[in-house]
Design a protein around this ligand. Structure first.
Ligand code: KG4
Length: 356
């Protein structure tokens, strides 16, 4: 009997340490250790992230192997996130992956984090995982468009094959998640702000505050103007009401935070969907997926469902556990590369910058 293909993946690009195992194309485990240490700083502190990865990585990988029911001797290859991300964080995962591959004498597979997010749509969880997390995953056909929105990226990716992707549009300044997080900080909400905006927006009026929308050519995005518009709206209101803090303002303006969040969220979703509609129309593609941390946003998910119905798109929305950083998507990308015998040299180094 042929030995099963066992891929172990390691993801450590930002502030989540994660490991996953795929056996013969089926995801058996996906373990994520999130780092709470950053909350009190209102953002990820790179040095603290690297240290937490060092503490987490061994138990996380060990748990992923145990949950998958495999041993080190069963492993066919080690996949790891090579970038983009925080260099210190990436170095922990990269070094660990290299050490493991060398010790076990198995191939090493480097994975682009962004391609991983896109390929999350091809993960095939085991029946056990599906039942545990009540998830179903639909797989798109090629070519399809993927809106990749996270804390560091906002891109429209034309996906021609597992290993052929082209960024056709991207942000020229802030990412959508960054806009959420920065505006949330201004409102005095905890980090990361995206989920808080989502929560409060449900109680607010999305039309209350008309924020600026960018006018950028092609399929590119811009969110810095929106951020400034958000800030200026608050600044003007503080002045009008003669107060200095957001808390004081919130006492005078009923539903302030809820309405600001709802209006911000509606604007971000409108900006994202407008360019996506244009790309889908121009390229004649009706299979459209969303990926990355911001794809957890309830208004964005609803916009995808609505666009599906209105524009006859087939839409692909990942389960919540595959929206934020996870090793399952890295493992899937690694599995595809393994099948292509696309391995990397032991001296490959991580990269920080955005590319696909
Ligand atoms: O992909 P991701 O986990 O990490 C990186 O960017 O590396 O994305 C994190 C981003 C953060 O900006 C966070 O605020 C945002 O995703 N996010 C959300 C929601 N959940 C996470 N933004 C809006 N609504 C949400 N429900």
């Amino acid at each position: 009997m042929e030995k099963p293909v066992v891929i172990v993946a390691i993801e450590s690009s930002c502030d989540d340490t994660s490991s996953a195992v795929i056996v013969d194309g089926i995801l058996r485990s996906n373990v994520i250790a999130s780092q709470k240490v950053h909350e009190e700083y209102g953002g990820v502190v790179p040095e603290l992230a690297s240290r937490a990865h060092q503490q987490n990585i061994l138990p996380v990988v060990d748990t992923a192997l145990k949950r998958a029911g495999v041993t080190k001797e069963d492993i066919s290859a080690i996949a790891f996130t090579r970038g983009p991300g925080l260099l210190g964080s990436l170095l922990v995962g990269t070094s660990f992956a290299k050490g493991l591959a060398l010790a076990l004498n198995v191939p090493l597979i480097d994975v682009n984090h962004l391609q991983g997010h896109v390929l999350a749509h091809f993960v095939e969880p085991s029946e056990e995982l599906k039942a545990q997390q009540a998830m179903t995953i639909k797989h798109p056909d090629f070519p399809f468009l993927c809106l990749l929105v996270s804390g560091g990226n906002s891109q429209i990716v034309l996906v021609k094959a597992y290993n052929r992707m082209e960024i056709i549009g991207q942000t020229i300044d802030d990412a959508a998640g960054e806009a959420f997080d920065k505006c949330a900080k201004v409102l005095g909400l905890p980090y990361p702000g995206g989920p808080w905006i989502d929560k409060l927006a449900k109680l607010g009026d999305p039309n209350k505050y008309p924020f600026a929308k960018p006018n950028i050519a092609g399929y590119n995005y811009s969110f810095s103007g929106l951020k400034t518009s958000f800030l200026y709206t608050l600044r003007d209101m503080l002045k009008t009401h003669g107060v200095e803090t957001i808390d004081e303002l919130a006492e005078r303006v009923p539903n302030l935070r809820e309405d600001m969040c709802a209006s911000l969220q509606a604007t971000v979703v409108d900006i994202l969907m407008r360019k996506l509609r244009k790309a889908a129309k121009d390229l004649g593609i009706n299979q459209v997926a969303v990926a990355g941390g911001v794809s957890a946003n309830s208004a964005l998910r609803q916009a995808f469902i609505d666009h599906g119905a209105k524009y006859h798109w087939q839409v692909f929305i990942p389960p919540f556990s595959f929206t934020t950083d996870n090793a399952a998507m890295v493992c899937q990308a690694g599995y595809f590369k393994y099948l292509d015998h696309d391995f990397c040299a032991i001296d490959e180094v991580p990269f920080a910058k955005t590319t696909i």
